[in-house]
Design a protein around this ligand. Structure first.
Ligand SMILES: Nc1ncnc2c1ncn2[C@@H]1O[C@H](COP(=O)(O)OP(=O)(O)OP(=O)(O)O)[C@@H](O)[C@H]1O
Ligand SMILES: O=C(O)C1=C[C@@H](O)[C@@H](O)[C@H](O)C1
Ligand SMILES: [Mg+2]
Length: 177
């Protein structure tokens, strides 16, 4: 039984690399952001507008509680998933957690044209990303079994490093056969 959970900030590549990795490993792919949109029939900016960030976080916690119990899955999470202790507990205890790290400069480059991440649509993007990173980086690390620096690496190279990390984890629940 394989469960790989990808955590990290906006633009780290969780969604991009998660899809690639799942295909490579022959596992299902799921994404908490996409699942929330699927369940509500609304996109994330709309949910933030109507229900506020608090409403979104509640939905996110419900999805995390369910999806971290699915088998043979690569699960990409939203950048803020680690805020809630119950999410950290579920992710940290139920699967192999990979922290995809990217510097703020790299996050800025990768999210330059983004209009779908509500937290990046107001104020100074660099400042927002820096503040989020300061509070969240220790939380990503708290639950991570492995950290991968993605700066300057193509999605393919990041995915290859991820496979190496999974293979090296003899005890982990996501060890490759
Ligand atoms: N290793 C990489 N090298 C270059 N570009 C990348 C890399 N990983 C992702 N990208 C690009 O960065 C953008 C954001 O990637 P992605 O949506 O996968 O991030 P995410 O971690 O899922 O963010 P979020 O937390 O907001 O869901 C996309 O345009 C993607 O193509
Ligand atoms: O970093 C965050 O808090 C977020 C990241 C995205 O994945 C989405 O979950 C949403 O835009 C919030
Ligand atoms: Mg994503």
């Amino acid at each position: 039984m394989h469960r790989v959970f990808l955590v990290g900030p906006m633009g780290a590549g969780k969604t991009t690399i998660g899809k690639y990795l799942a295909r490579h490993l022959g596992l299902a792919f799921a994404d908490t952001d996409a699942e929330i949109e699927h369940r509500t029939g609304a996109d994330i900016p709309w949910i933030f507008d109507v229900e506020g960030e608090a409403g979104f976080r509640l939905r996110e916690a419900q999805v995390v509680e369910e999806m971290t119990q699915m088998d043979d899955i690569v699960l990409a999470t939203g950048g803020g998933v680690v805020i809630r202790p119950e999410n950290r507990q579920a992710l940290g205890s139920r699967g192999f957690v990979i922290y995809l790290h990217a510097t703020v400069a790299e996050q800025l480059r990768r999210t330059r044209r983004d209009r779908k991440r509500p937290l990046l649509q107001q104020g100074n993007r660099e400042e927002v990303l820096r503040t989020l990173m300061m509070t969240r980086d220790p939380l990503y690390r708290e639950i991570a079994d492995h950290v991968i620096d993605t700066d300057g690496c193509s999605p393919r190279v990041v995915a290859q490093r991820l496979v190496v990390a999974l293979n090296a984890d003899k005890q982990g629940p996501a060890t490759l056969e």
